[in-house]
Design a binder for this molecule. Structure first.
Ligand SMILES: [Cu+2]
Length: 427
């Protein structure tokens, strides 16, 4: 057994993020109308919107590509590459028909470009290094100028050394509000970028060579419990726009307590005749999926990738199968070397987040955020939709208060008897 395996066995899974007992707060400021037809501004949880200056009818913005320190979750800090100090970069929000001048300054150690993914624009503005433009060398500032002819949800990312630059966090979302919106107006509009990283325990630099062994999964470059919850009201119409610039994986994003409809992709609006109800939306790599719903039931509802390894944080990967194993002999032998050693996982991996175990520096446990009933056994690409009767009075930091008698709990003996259920007998 090498040192890495030892660490995986004994230390890896436990340790709910200690100082991290508070879920990240919702950043949602009350959004204001920004586009025709009463369309409200989008909210990028854990992120921001790019400031644009209006100069002679053109919206002018500036993206700076550079390296900076980024916290994926408390205890896990990386050297990220991104835009304007953030990964994903700030959301670019405009209205259909807007002309933009977007300056891109390169402060990376290598060349870059920006590709406006899904936007139909003059070919020379498409940002493909070598094919449609020269690479932006370190220190240079390029100008992209074009008109957003189509409404929709798009993305931006480099098209130079994509493997490295995207793996290190260079991505962002673009929202183009329609000039003449169809369909019901939405009350809340959220933007999320799905991403995945390989960060070796203790390392600060994401590994761009990963092909399959990603170990940190994020929404807007935050792993649960650092993902800010999405606060919304019962009966409100809510839109969620999810982009996926993960290097390799598609993400089936599942909604609890809701039925939703796909309304847009990065290719355009889905005709109403083609819409149908879903609870899980597959967001393939290099795609955007936009869905809308009206929550009926108040509560704290999970929204997460349904791939089980995508709701698991860094230290849960590369772990040997221990379920059902008798580890007493291993423990006695290893304890001669490591006195506090204890093998884990023989009874499954649940509740590991509740144990406070020592972790290697700059790493996060497999799962875990504090919940109102117990530690939440999920991590990674997981967030909470806080559906409230009075959403504007909530900052998202509190838990739903369940009406009496509406929480699953231990079955009372008299009820078991009355219903003829004997727990000791298989029926
Ligand atoms: Cu996933």
């Amino acid at each position: 057994m090498n040192r890495r395996e030892l660490m995986q066995l004994g230390v890896m899974a436990g340790g709910a993020l200690a100082a991290k007992d508070v879920l990240a707060r919702a950043v949602a400021a009350p959004s204001v109308v920004v586009a025709p037809g009463g369309q409200k501004g989008v909210v990028t949880p854990n992120g921001s919107t790019l400031p644009l200056k209006l100069i002679n009818g053109v919206k002018v913005g500036h993206l700076v590509a550079h390296e900076f320190d980024h916290e994926l979750a408390p205890g896990l800090n990386i050297k990220a590459w991104g835009y304007n100090n953030s990964t994903p970069g700030p959301t670019i929000e405009v209205t259909q028909g807007d002309r933009v001048r977007l300056y891109v300054t390169n402060r990376l150690p290598e060349a870059t470009t920006v590709h406006w993914h899904g936007v139909i624009l003059p070919n020379g503005m498409d940002g493909v290094s070598g094919l449609t433009q020269k690479p932006i060398e370190p220190g240079e500032t390029f100008l992209y100028e074009f008109t957003f002819k189509d409404a929709g949800t798009f993305m931006y990312h480099p098209h130079f050394d994509e493997m490295t630059q995207m793996a290190l966090g260079m991505n962002g979302m673009i929202v183009v509000h329609p000039k003449s919106p169809r369909g019901p107006r939405v009350d809340r509009d959220f933007v999320l970028m799905a991403h995945e990283w390989l960060i070796h325990p203790g390392a600060a630099r994401p590994d761009p060579n990963a092909m399959a062994d990603f170990n940190v999964l994020t929404f807007n470059s935050k792993a649960f419990p650092a993902t800010a919850p999405l606060v919304m009201g019962v009966g409100e119409r809510v839109r969620v726009r999810i982009g996926n610039l993960s290097p390799m994986d598609h993400h089936p994003i599942h909604l609890h307590g809701l039925s939703a409809e796909l309304t847009w992709t990065d290719g355009g609006e889905v005709p109403s005749s083609a819409r149908h109800p879903e609870t899980t939306f597959l967001v393939p790599v290099g795609s955007v999926r936009v869905f809308e719903f009206v929550p009926r039931e108040a509560g704290d509802w999970a929204m997460h990738c349904h791939m089980t390894h995508h709701v698991m944080n860094q230290m849960g990967h590369g772990f040997p199968v221990m379920v059902g194993a008798d580890a007493r002999r291993i423990d006695r032998r290893v304890q001669a070397l490591v006195p506090c050693y204890m093998t884990m996982g023989q009874d499954g991996m649940g509740a590991m987040s509740a144990m406070n175990m020592k972790m290697p520096t700059n790493s996060i446990p497999m799962v875990g955020g504090k919940g109102p009933f117990a530690s939440i056994d999920m991590g990674g690409m997981f967030t909470v939709l806080k559906v409230r009767a009075k959403p504007d009075q909530e900052d998202g930091s509190g838990w739903y208060e369940h009406p009496k008698g509406t929480v699953a709990d231990v079955a009372p003996a008299d009820r078991l008897r009355a219903d003829g259920i004997d727990p000791d007998r298989q029926s």
